[in-house]
Design a protein around this ligand. Structure first.
Ligand code: URA
Length: 195
């Protein structure tokens, strides 16, 4: 089996055991997508309408913006892996609740353990505060966090504003673009510390 096929099996298994009730209202689960050997894993919040319809994460407006930002640092979707903390669309795109994040968390841990990225990039406060509850996204964005978190394969975390929140907010958009530009240096810095 290839790594992609193994990852597909992991998703199918986790979907079959996940007890999140959003399963009942969503059209389908939205599995993480991208390179199973990626050095960067992005974690968003939860699927929206487009993602629910297609079964792929970040395919709507936020995903388009993300693709533009990736291009700005010479990367493409195929270079990274992207997933959400909650795998099923919450009704009317409401915020995911804490218990929904907890119910989907084993799945996320399994994906991360499989991919073993150098860095996890949180897209917005929902995924960040699940792992780093004391942080505020307004202070933490664009700063590399070094932290040992049990059962996670990396100690490096880089929080960013969520692209959907920044899309139509001029100030936040500029900040997100600026923070995104720091990603190549962040990767270099992590590589240096491993030498
Ligand atoms: N926003 C998210 O957080 N995730 C998606 O997959 C799409 C939009």
């Amino acid at each position: 089996m290839t790594r992609s096929e193994e990852l597909q099996k992991l998703h199918e298994y986790q979907n079959s055991i996940c007890e999140c009730k959003l399963k009942e209202t969503a059209i389908q689960p939205v599995f993480g997508d991208g390179n199973p050997d990626a050095k960067i894993v992005f974690i968003g919040e939860a699927p929206g309408k487009k993602e629910d319809e297609t079964g792929k994460p970040f395919v709507g407006a936020a995903g388009k913006f993300l693709a533009e930002m990736l291009a700005s640092i010479g990367m493409e979707r195929k270079d990274i892996y992207i997933t959400n903390i909650v795998k099923y669309r919450p009704p009317n795109n409401r915020d995911p609740e804490d218990h929904e994040k907890r119910e989907c968390a084993a799945w996320l841990y399994a994906e991360l353990s499989f991919i073993k990225p150098d860095v996890v990039i949180f897209l917005g406060r929902h995924s960040m505060t699940y792992f780093l509850p004391e942080l505020k996204i307004s202070d933490a964005h664009g700063k590399l966090v070094h932290r040992k978190i049990p059962n996670l394969p990396t100690e490096y975390f880089f929080p960013l504003y969520h692209p959907a929140a920044a899309l139509y907010n001029g100030g936040m958009r500029a900040t997100l673009l600026d923070d995104f530009g720091k990603i190549p240096k962040v990767l270099e810095k992590i590589k240096e510390t491993r030498k």
